[in-house]
Each structure stands twice: as structure tokens, then as C-alpha cells.
Design a protein around this ligand. Sequence first.
Ligand code: HXC
Length: 281
Amino acid sequence: QLPEPAEAFAARAVPSSTTFKPNILAGKVVFCTGGGSGICYRIVEVLLAHGATAAIMGRKADRLSAAAKQLSESTRRKCIATPGDVRKYDDVEKAVDATVKEFGRLDMVVCGAAGNFLAPIEGISPNGFKTVQEIDLLGTYHTVKATLEHLKRSHGSYVHISATLHYTAIPWQAAPSAAKAGVDALSNSIAVEFGPFGIRSNCIAPGMIQGTEGADRLTPKGAEDLVVSRIPTQRMGQKDDIANAALFLFSDAGNYINGTQIVVDGGAKHFPGPWLPYPDS
Ligand code: HXC
């Protein structure tokens, strides 16, 4: 058993940690798909820093183990690697079983594993389209199916990492847009079916988050300023912006939030279309 996190560790992991006490998730266990890198890595780090223990799932076992070790070191909380591919139900079930075997319970589930590439509809092969649906949507369903019994017992909560792509439409993003629309719908269904069991299910829809594979793939080289110009808050999002939203949703403060999409995009969803700079003011 690792020691309780010191205030200092919580403070380092999340700049706004004064908002929440560092022990608000004490005794709680999180299972996170896609937790080995990017936004989900940071979500797990912030949940750990607030008293949770964690298991992260991803396809590349070596990278995942290194990430779990790093997360344990940076927060002084226990984090284990449970490798596998969310496209395969048996992998997910095995990972969830290993998590519950290790920690004895499960309270929070982050469905974050995602796949994405830019491609025009005519350029996506049936297998390419299917691959994205299988990672994003089927993978989320697999994770939900494998964890529901445990969350019923703990009155736990889901956070699904969705997107804002499908609120309008973005060229060359048909496959992930269709998949994330499905994730939103699935989350709403879980909220309605399992609300009576004390389970909550919500999505976070991130905008452009700096330093992530998603933002790198969607931002043409040299267009960074143009991208920022269409974000009303005039800055790229940070991983902490998403992690703070997840922490809020999982905390008691989010107790009545169920079946909704929390958009964390600096207001960008209200300003879609051509990425033009704001007029001079
Ligand atoms: C067209 C492509 C393609 C591309 C792959 N395919 N890349 N088609 N353009 N750029 C096609 C392949 O040709 C193949 O179809 C099928 O997709 C499967 O490809 P594989 O490489 O065999 O699959 P796999 O190795 O499992 O890789 C999955 C992947 C890959 C999704 C294609 O990109 C990946 O692993 N990504 C994981 C990381 C990631 O994408 N993270 C970003 C998430 S960001 P054929 O017909 O040839 O067999 C995100 C945020 C969105 O989701 C919102 C941001 C604001």
C-alpha cells in the first residue's frame, strides 16, 4: 500500500487543486481505457492526486507499464497497467477483473480509448471506418458491459471522452464524428437505464487540447494561430481543463449530473466553420 498523497503532490498534479480537497476520492478506484497517454493520462494523474487508486488500459504493454509506473511515482498512489485492446471484449473483461482483483472494488470508469485519422469519406475504406467505430464506440460498449456490475455495487460513475466534431460537421472527420455521436447516445442510454441503480453516466467533449495526438492530427502545420483565433477564449485547451472537469463529475459535487455532455472547448462549438481570425476590434 502506497502512502497517502501529500498536499504537495496534489498541488503539483493540478494547478487548481485548491478548489478540491486532496482526499475527495480517497478509497475510490478508477479504471481508464486510453490512460497510457494524452488527455486520459492526465485525468488519471489528477484523480490519483485526489486520493484514488487506478488501473489503466491500452494496447502497447511496454508503454502502458511505463506510464503506470510514472503515474504511481508522480502521485504516490497505486496505479497498475492492465494491457489489452478495447476492440476485444475478452481483453476488456480480463483488464476489469484484474483491476477488481487488485483493488477489491470499482467506482469510476473513464472510457477514453480512441482512434482517429483525417480522411475524406471517399478515401476511407470500409475497414478504416469500421476500425474507428470499433475503438471508439464498440470499445466504449465493451468497457461499460464489463464494468456495470461493479458500478452497481459501488453506485459508481462513467465519464466518456467524446468530442464536439459531430455538433456541426468537420470535413475528413466522418468516422470519428459518427463514432462520438454514438458514444453520446450510449452514455445517455446508460444514464437512463442505470440511474435507478445509483449509476451516473456523462460525457466530456473536449475542444482543441494542446499537446495531444488529436489536436496534432487535426491542426494543419502552420495553422495554429488560425485555430486559436476561432476559439472565443483565445487559447488552446490544456489537459488540465479536461482533468478538472472529470474530477468535478466524479466528485460529490457532480452528484446530480447524469446523462449530459459537458463541453470543455473555450466556446469554440459556437463558432464553427471557416477558421477565420476575429475582425479587428
Ligand atoms: C485512410 C486509414 C488511415 C488514414 C488507417 N487507415 N489510417 N485510411 N487514411 N490516414 C485504415 C487502414 O488503411 C485500414 O484499412 C484501417 O484503417 C485499419 O488500419 P490499421 O493501421 O490496421 O489499424 P490499427 O493499427 O489498429 O490502427 C488504428 C488507427 C490508428 C485508428 C488507424 O490511427 C491508431 O491506432 N490510432 C490510435 C491513436 C489515435 O488515433 N489517437 C487520436 C485520437 S484523437 P484497410 O482497408 O487498409 O485494411 C481523437 C480526438 C478527436 O479521437 C477529436 C479532436 C478534437
